[in-house]
Design a protein around this ligand. Sequence first.
Ligand code: NZQ
Ligand code: ZN
Length: 386
Amino acid sequence: MLNFDFVNPTHIVFGKDRIADIAKLVPEQAKVLILVGGASAEKTGTLAEVRTALGARQHATFSGIEPNPSFETSMKAVLQVREEGFDFLLAVGGGSVIDAAKFIAAAVPFEGDTWEILLKGGRNVKSALPFGTVLTLPATGSEMNSGSVITRRDIGAKLPFGNPRLYPKFSVLDPTKTYTLPTQQIANGVVDAFVHTVEQYLTYPVNAPVQDRFAEGLLQTLVEVGPRLLAASEPNYDDRATLMWSATLALNGLIGAGVPQDWSTHMIGHELTALHNIDHARTLAIVLPAMLNERRVQKREKLLQYGERVWSIRTGTDDERITAAIEQTRAFFEAMGIPTRLSEYGLGADAVDTVVRQLEAHGMVKLSEHRDVTPEVSRRVLEAAL
Ligand code: NZQ
Ligand code: ZN
């Protein structure tokens, strides 16, 4: 096992009817800016519940944070917070609203050009406003981690950043708040959580059996619950709760502590979203099977372990078992209604060059657990994903 530090200060408030607990979690004297996306939080009644829980505290609402939140919109909220003196943020929504809240929290006290926060990956963040979240879409894990991804539309850049000051103070996880999600977003959530787990597990062995078993448990759970979530005619509380907690655990630092990590599929996926506006999870479903195939030598031992423990693949030569494990992964994404080929999103060979150029422009030139996924390797992966 590798050396590690593990700190996760986010207070999780899980279960039905827990939004009322916000009354105890937000400081009495706080002046709160609630952040929401489009219309969903208002339409579903979640926003009204949040406002009730805030009681007599001064508060206002900033709406319009878009999926794949933009720097431009987030900066409007930054100006409002600075001008009106809010001192607590409350994000109500999915990963996009929570990610925007993290950027706003970091940008409000930041001196200088706030785009620098993204360019430095958040290492230059010295302080941040406190914030809490009410999660309405289980997928990203943003509700219990200190990372965020922000897009600048004018230059087509979608960049990640993070800082230990950016953990939410609390996150309310009420599975019933996911009941209004369209099926496509449920499928996205399952696939995003699955790929988060894979990117911290499918690297090379470092004698970390607890992390491996945790990761395999999450993967098996997602494989079991995913199709059931899609097939259900009515939302099932236990399955929604299972997805919600799995997605949080997939990216709250626990399974990644003490093991190598490979975020190359995510970094290539971010470029596809920035250039072609494909949902985050869908970009991962395109890249991951091709990436695993490209990296079958470097990932050999873990691919065999993954095939055996997650997909019960126990016969055939090593190469046959690895191929079968990759094909099972692809079949799972497709069974979740998510296409796994660039061509299914209307993209052809000419799209590959632009993605590779953007990876270079953003310094994504030494990806993976071995730092050897160069732009040329990314190109082969994208070509194989056509
Ligand atoms: O905007 P509204 O009206 O709220 O609608 C949203 C949005 O259109 C809707 N929605 C959310 N909750 C709903 C609902 N609709 C009905 N009922 C509800 N309960 O769902 C749509 C998608 O929401 P979004 O927040 O964009 O989705 P998701 O949670 O998948 O977040 C994706 C973003 O998170 C980033 C992605 O790159 C992407 O920008 N990620 C953040 C990570 C992190 N911070 O750790 C890690 C991830 O790998 C990922 O990169
Ligand atoms: Zn993701």
